[in-house]
Design a binder for this molecule. Sequence first.
Ligand SMILES: O=P(O)(O)OC[C@H]1O[C@](O)(CO)[C@@H](O)[C@@H]1O
Length: 255
Amino acid sequence: MIDKVWGVDRLPPPFATPDGRRIGEIWFDPPPELARLLVKYLFTSEKLSVQVHPSAADGQQGKEECWLVISAEPGAKLAIGFVQPITPDEMRAAALDGSIEGLLDWQDVSAGDFIYLPAGTVHAIGAGLTLIEVQQNADITYRLFDYGRPRELHLDQAIAVANGSPHDPALRRRVSQKQSASLVDGPHFRLDWLVGKPDADIAARYNDAPVIIIPLTCAIEIGGTQVAPGSCASADRLSAVRFAPDGKALVAQPL
Ligand SMILES: O=P(O)(O)OC[C@H]1O[C@](O)(CO)[C@@H](O)[C@@H]1O
């Protein structure tokens, strides 16, 4: 569990809040065979920084990420990309005077919204949200603006890797309560939304390679061990996991 200035004093069920902590993130460290993927829960009571992550093409460890909204208070928002294209110089000036917040594309979100963020996408997460984040396992965040909070900014690094464009709407969707769906299929990992047992197409794509499973509404079973919602587990292969008939879960695999 990671304390964050923007975290929550009381975690939602099924999580228990340690006394006196303000938890923003729960990380599920992967086993060595899945080391390129990191799963986190994020809990927000304030906005996160306006930030960006680099890609491997920037000569750094890349961090592409995606979010599934688990719960959202009314009016909760995510900011993804810019409303209008912006130059690096304009981005720098807007980060320095704080107007960058208003140049981002803030959108209302609710449970079931899913968004993929290529590295270089300037973004911010609003207050009142619980998200699952699945990401390349790199802890590199360059902050452009932090609402005056006394945390370090990384303007030069951020502007060097940031994309000053709007986010591609094709990278956003809503998951169905009735049907499984492929949410991400490369380049760095695949991620599927599962309703019940994976169908033949999903099973074929995941093949016999190790997977990460995130149960959301019902426990899953791996080798006789129950894994409850709020947790995360790995398995040698997807066929080793038993799913509840209508249970919702996420399955991921590095590529
Ligand atoms: O710099 P902040 O505001 O604490 O945000 C960092 C967090 O933001 C995220 O990149 C989500 O966008 C997390 O993976 C990361 O831990």
